[in-house]
Design a binder for this molecule. Structure first.
Ligand code: APR
Ligand code: ZN
Ligand code: ZN
Length: 362
């Protein structure tokens, strides 16, 4: 059993439709694990890979928000064992870089992936999305990309912690340090923003203001814990947020769109000495123009949130446990479950804003 054949979703080239192809998965080498994937969510980043927005290293093996069971591990792997139920993460911390050594492993500057490559039948090497590639029956990862969680959780729910949901919850609880009684505004209520709403609620925020240009998104945000909504297509969000916070602005404003204009809104919608968290991902050409005096004069902190500044080994099991206790409705993010050959249609639905998450279930 040196190499196994499985079915996987490939992005063959720029803007070409995805295809289900046979993928060869090598046995795990030192520090690696093969995971039998049980569920994998469809994320915007998968679409960006397909469209060529991330790199030109086609073909890609898509999928990265996944949960499954460890099938086999390579030499020297002690953190997980065959049979473990795990959530995959795309930042396996190294334990040795300057961030890790200073006790800040969530910033790890040298995260790693599997050394060996999965291939097509003709030997073409695949580039796994975010070093995971989990729209496949099995995938090869670094063992550090596997985090054990309580197997009582449904795989389609657990897998979502591997990316967007963790980014949003972490933007609130890790990066934003939202605390009891805080006022929070979340600009952009897609999957990431909604998770930030949920994280803010979990952290005890007193006021959670959801901002979006799409009324459907605001309705969902209310179901997940937003106490107020602002439709920024109709209303100036900075004024509206100030009005809802005694004229001052919110303690924490989370930007979950990734655009200069929404960042500016976040900047001016926070209270003096407040915090702005940028979790939306901008594109290379975007620029920001702000009076430096305002940056100084308004004080506080302007932060970016990488993957929710999460530490998978700390955060994934905790969030799964809270979910199982009924204190965090992670199931609300699963709009539909689909089969492996339905990813292309799921991209269309995502594009139209119809779903929070489609999740491939094996
Ligand atoms: N003002 C307010 N909301 C906006 C604006 C705007 N100008 N433009 C877009 N939005 C809203 C959309 O209506 C949508 O609800 O932002 C939301 C974006 O959500 P999704 O497209 O579902 O994206 P999501 O998966 O939540 O990711 C958001 O975080 O991880 C990054 O790359 C990701 O940059 C993206 C961001
Ligand atoms: Zn490190
Ligand atoms: Zn993702």
């Amino acid at each position: 059993m040196a190499v196994q054949q499985v079915r996987g979703v490939i992005a063959p080239g720029k803007d070409q439709p995805v295809e289900v192809r046979t993928v060869l998965v090598p046995d795990p080498g030192p520090g690696e694990a093969v995971v039998k994937v049980q569920a994998c969510g469809v994320c915007h980043t998968d679409l960006h890979y397909k469209q060529g927005g991330i790199s030109d290293d086609y073909p890609f093996l898509l999928g990265h928000e996944a949960a499954g069971v460890v099938e086999s591990v390579g030499e020297g792997v002690t953190d997980v064992a065959p049979g473990d139920f795990v959530v995959l993460n795309w930042r396996a911390v190294c334990g040795q870089c300057r961030a890790c050594l200073r006790g800040r492993p969530w910033y790890c500057f040298d995260t790693h992936n599997a050394q060996q490559r999965m291939t097509l039948e003709d030997g073409t090497e695949l580039s796994p999305a975010l070093g995971i590639g989990a729209f496949a029956e099995k995938t090869l990862v670094a063992s550090g990309q596997c985090t054990k969680v309580d197997p009582a959780v449904a795989p389609e729910v657990a897998g979502l912690l591997g990316c967007g949901v963790m980014a949003g919850i972490g933007a609130a609880i890790n990066t934003g340090n939202v605390g009891r009684g805080d006022s929070v505004a979340v600009i952009g209520c897609g999957g990431v923003g909604d998770a930030a709403v949920m994280g803010s609620r979990l952290a005890g925020a007193a006021k959670i203001i959801a901002v979006d240009i799409d009324q459907r998104k605001l309705d969902t945000a209310v179901k997940l814990g937003a106490t107020h909504t602002v439709n920024s297509r109709e209303t100036d969000p900075v004024e509206a947020i100030r009005e809802l916070t005694g004229g001052f602005g919110a303690d924490v404003v989370i930007e979950a769109v990734g655009r200069p204009e929404t960042y500016k809104q976040a900047f001016y919608a926070r209270d003096l000495a407040g915090t702005v968290v940028l979790v939306g991902v901008p594109t290379p050409e975007m620029r920001l123009d702000l009076p430096l005096l305002d940056v100084f004069g308004r004080g506080g902190s302007l932060k970016s949130s990488w993957y929710g500044d999460c530490l998978p080994s700390r955060d994934f099991p905790m969030l799964v446990d809270l979910h199982l206790q009924g204190r965090l409705d992670l199931g609300a993010f699963v709009t539909e479950t689909i089969a492996l050959d339905e990813v292309e249609q799921a991209f269309d639905r995502m594009h139209q804003g119809d779903v929070l998450r489609s999740v491939v279930v094996f």
